[in-house]
Design a protein around this ligand. Structure first.
Ligand code: ZN
Length: 561
């Protein structure tokens, strides 16, 4: 479908009459927040990029300036990823990724290719290496990097993030020599038989080099946003909640919006109170760029993650007696930050993974709700491990549970180890939390997981991973229906960001953000859901992605270079 081209032609018409487009012969689906499905056969889109009218079976289609034949394919609302990190995703796409290398030589080849392809990058950075999978039997060395990049500093993180690999140029800039002592909590690897640094820096020693890596330049950020948008629209994601927006992130989104390069819709949550005030001033910003950008509020972290045992639990880890994890901020600071945002009308989103953290956020919301009443939509991000006794508390004060289905399959075995068999009843419990009355909003937490909403839908309804494990689903009583899951990825995610009525559904007056799919998700079984292909992605009545292999150039979307 070439609406963009048609719209461009329409602008050339002397009458400049409003040009609307009828897309007919489609299997159209929209879903309300509560999971009620609307089906339609045609959709009229105004030249303002909003849905004018849905046409259901048997109804007569209105006249339109342009008509597109949908050839019977399925059309659903654009997916909204309610929790991800836009710039983290995009910047991660710009650096060297060694996670798929199986030998040192292969890694060296990849680094050399990257350096050649990026001649104006002052530092070569990246990560994902693992000397174990290389079968090296030792750490790699600076000299082995020098042979492929002698002229520019290189800094590459190990796959676990606990070590970094530098070349000689990077060590020179960092001022590291044989005389440099190991810092507390860190180790400088030395060459055999002496004190000369080998090039690998472990734990706290990493900071010696890392501190010298320049922050991404504005041009890097623009390119990162471009790459993130490409990836998202390819996956059928048309809007996102950006969790932890910095001022640099916000300026990147503004530059893109000002230059017409902002395609996806970003609901922003600032990474701290100072950044929130810097961006929003005395309250959430207006919706900018035709509903493509708004600062909604503040993102706070109460605890860490289960994997590193940083999640704050009510009782000790089953695989680490005596350790209950820990809160990253104390209860007073949590309440002060939440209050600071709420008093100015900002929305508050708090990261809570462990059952103690979830209980603490629930208590804070209950206390603050006396002062800050009305429609606050307090968000709890992840809500991963909740004491069943606390689940009913999610149904009060309009709390939104922002959950990421794919975490459940990625974490399953680890969660069983961390929690033991008797504390799983409230783990990744989207069914129970929804039944308590909390609206669900689903997302991916990209770049932690791939931003693939169809994988998320499959997990939400099956609790099985891509290999079908475990058969029948993990804690299968926590499954939701496909209608509920679709709602949490569309209208529910919009509601979670105060965007209802603007986008999230296909309904008269809302933005025409939609996907053309090769199958009907309401008819697909769970494993087939993962295989659904996004054929086209449209945002605001404009096609922004087309999977068909046509030589259509989108160079105009790319940031200037
Ligand atoms: Zn996150």
């Amino acid at each position: 479908m070439k609406l963009r081209l048609l719209a461009a032609l329409a602008l050339l018409l002397p009458t400049s009459a409003l040009a609307d487009t009828l897309i007919d012969n489609i299997n159209g689906i929209s879903v309300d927040r509560n999971g009620t499905v609307t089906r339609f056969e045609a959709m009229l889109i105004g030249d303002d990029g909003k849905v004018v009218q849905l046409v259901s079976r048997g109804e007569r289609a209105p006249r339109a300036d342009f008509r597109e034949n949908g050839r019977g394919r399925t059309v659903v609302p654009g997916m909204i990823d309610a929790h991800l990190h836009v710039m983290g995703l995009g910047l991660g796409l710009l650096v060297v990724d060694l996670s798929d290398t199986s030998t040192l030589a292969e890694a060296q080849r990849k680094i050399a290719e990257y350096a050649a392809a990026n001649p104006d990058r002052p530092w070569i950075v990246g990560g994902g290496w693992n000397q174990e999978t290389w079968g090296l039997g030792r750490f790699p060395t600076a000299a082995e990097l020098d042979t492929v990049v002698p002229d520019r500093p290189v800094w590459l993180e190990r796959v676990d993030g606990h070590a970094g690999w530098a070349n000689t140029a990077a060590m020179t800039i960092a001022g590291v020599t044989a005389a440099t002592a190991d810092p507390a909590g860190g180790r400088i690897e030395r060459l055999p038989g002496g004190r000369a640094p080998s090039g690998v820096f472990v734990d706290n020693a990493r900071a010696l080099v890392e501190a010298k890596v320049p922050p991404p330049r504005a041009a890097d950020r623009d390119l990162a946003l471009h790459r993130a948008q490409e990836l998202l629209v390819r996956n059928g994601v048309t809007a996102v909640a950006d969790m932890g927006t910095s001022i640099e992130d916000w300026m990147t989104y503004r530059r893109a919006g000002d230059e017409g390069r902002l395609r996806i819709r970003i609901m922003s949550y600032a990474s701290s109170v100072p950044e929130m005030i810097l961006i929003g001033g005395s309250g959430p910003t207006a919706w900018l760029y035709d509903d493509r950008l708004r600062l909604n509020g503040l993102k706070l972290y109460l605890d860490g993650a289960l994997g590193s045992r940083g999640a704050w639990l009510k009782a000790a880890y089953a695989d680490d007696p005596g350790n209950i994890g820990l809160p990253r901020i104390d209860g007073t600071a949590l309440r002060n930050n939440m209050s600071r945002a709420a008093m100015e009308g900002y929305q508050v989103a708090v990261h809570a993974i462990g059952d103690a953290a979830n209980a603490e956020v629930l208590s804070a919301i209950e206390e603050l709700s006396d002062d800050y009443n009305g429609d606050r939509r307090w968000r709890i991000e992840h809500a991963q491990v909740v004491d069943p006794a606390d689940i009913p508390r999610f149904g009060r004060h309009g709390i939104i549970a922002s959950m990421q289905p794919v975490h459940q399959t990625s974490d399953r075995l680890m969660a069983e180890a961390r929690l033991g068999p008797n504390r799983l009843a409230g783990a990744y419990a989207w069914r129970a939390i929804s039944d308590a009355g909390a609206p669900l909003a689903f997302g991916s937490d990209a770049p932690v997981e791939a931003p693939d909403p169809f994988a998320g839908l499959a997990v939400a309804v099956s609790r099985e991973d891509a290999a079908g494990q475990p058969p029948g689903g993990w804690l299968p009583q926590q499954k939701v229906t496909i209608e509920e899951a679709l709602a949490a990825y569309t209208a529910g995610a919009a509601y979670a960001g105060f965007a209802e009525g603007r986008f999230g559904r296909l309904a008269a007056g809302e933005r025409a953000d939609f996907l053309v799919l090769d199958a009907d998700p309401l008819e697909a079984d769970p494993q087939d859901l993962r295989e659904i292909r996004v054929l086209e992605t449209w945002i605001g009545g404009q096609e922004v992605y087309d999977a068909s292999p046509e030589p259509e150039q989108r160079a105009s979307d790319a940031p200037g270079r």
